[in-house]
Design a protein around this ligand. Structure first.
Ligand SMILES: CC(C)(COP(=O)(O)OP(=O)(O)OC[C@H]1O[C@@H](n2cnc3c(N)ncnc32)[C@H](O)[C@@H]1OP(=O)(O)O)[C@@H](O)C(=O)NCCC(=O)NCCS
Length: 305
């Protein structure tokens, strides 16, 4: 449930122009943590930190759905304890009991994105937690890292790309021209997977179950992109990543395009929180060193003792 007295603040965030849902969510989480009395984990017990993690993991989708409804002039819908997490999210967004197949599809998407090693946002959360900061600060910073298109901002851009391509027979020319300009094709390539991203294979199956003609089109475009990238970037093994079918799945479930990355955040928050708990359990300040290769100093630097 939302903390008491939060709705007026969410209403302000949701009706501010322009409305960027991820920025609004980031601000709402920061405020919620402050209102809920989150403190440095150095000053609270492990059980209290665990409670903070459970609270924020559960409240993030509730905050997001409330922001959405308020933005479109509707009152927030409280979660229904009878529904699963995925079904509840769809219910809180639309106010309608979701179709079972949509809840099934969204659940698979949420599970596939819940955690993924030391990706940029998780690393950000761990760096912040390593300073002794409170859990709200770690999650707020993680959302900042997730907002970039190279990390979490790709799924809506994938659907924009599919719209732009329009028809399967136009895909090849579109992709060749984008690669020729040096553009990154959204939903392809990965820092870790240099073969196939297994999450993409899983979501492709889900997409073809619920995504109808959009999914069929995406499958055809994927084949073209893989072929053109293999030619343009030989030896790079650029394949579809988790984001390519994520947009198709969320779109089929009725989630608005601008809510794709925030929906990703509402699942990944669980990964961020568990990483914070792990970091704290054996903490050492994360502080990389850097090698300076600029100009020599104008005066000699005094030698240390
Ligand atoms: C995810 C991503 C940032 C990984 O980047 P990376 O590990 O640094 O990959 P690199 O930049 O080393 O890529 C190697 C080569 O493939 C190219 N490449 C990588 N991803 C590409 C893409 N999606 N489209 C076109 N070319 C791509 C790079 O330009 C580079 O080419 P070069 O060797 O001629 O310079 C990158 O693949 C990307 O921007 N993808 C699109 C955004 C996206 O889908 N993000 C979601 C990730 S889950």
């Amino acid at each position: 449930m939302l903390p008491d007295g939060l709705v007026p603040f969410l209403r302000t965030l949701a009706t501010t122009d322009p409305f960027d849902p991820l920025t609004a969510l980031r601000t709402a989480i920061s405020f919620t943590a402050e209102r809920s009395g989150f403190r440095s984990w150095l000053d609270i017990s492990p059980d209290q930190l665990y409670d903070n993690a459970m609270q924020l993991s559960a409240q993030t989708p509730v905050l997001l759905a409330a922001l959405y409804r308020l933005h479109y002039g509707h009152e927030p819908v409280a979660p229904d304890p009878e529904l699963s997490a995925a079904a509840n999210y769809l219910y809180m967004l639309s106010g309608q009991r979701p179709d079972q197949q949509h809840a099934w599809a969204l659940e698979r998407y949420l599970i596939s994105t819940i955690d993924h090693g030391f990706n940029s946002s998780t690393f950000t959360a761990r760096v912040i937690a390593s300073t002794g900061a409170d859990l709200g600060a770690a999650v707020t910073g993680a959302i900042g890292a997730l907002s970039g298109p190279l990390h979490g901002g790709a799924p809506s851009r994938v659907l924009d790309m599919l719209d732009d391509i329009g028809r399967p027979e136009l895909a090849e020319a579109w992709v060749r021209s984008a690669v020729g300009r040096g553009d990154k094709i959204m939903g392809f390539g990965h820092r870790v997977y240099k073969g196939k991203d297994p999450r993409s294979a899983l979501l492709r199956e889900v997409a073809t179950t619920v995504g109808g003609s959009t999914a069929e089109f995406a499958v055809a475009v994927e084949d073209v992109i893989v072929r053109v990238l293999a030619e343009a970037k030989p030896g790079r093994a650029l394949n579809a990543n988790v984001e390519f079918y994520a947009g198709v799945v969320m779109d089929a479930c009725g989630i608005p395009r601008e809510a794709f990355t925030p929906t990703f955040a509402s699942s990944r928050v669980i990964g961020w929180c568990t990483h914070v708990l792990e970091q704290v359990a054996g903490n050492r300040l994360i502080r990389p060193s850097a090698r300076y290769d600029g100009q020599a100093p104008p005066v000699p630097v005094p030698a240390g003792d």
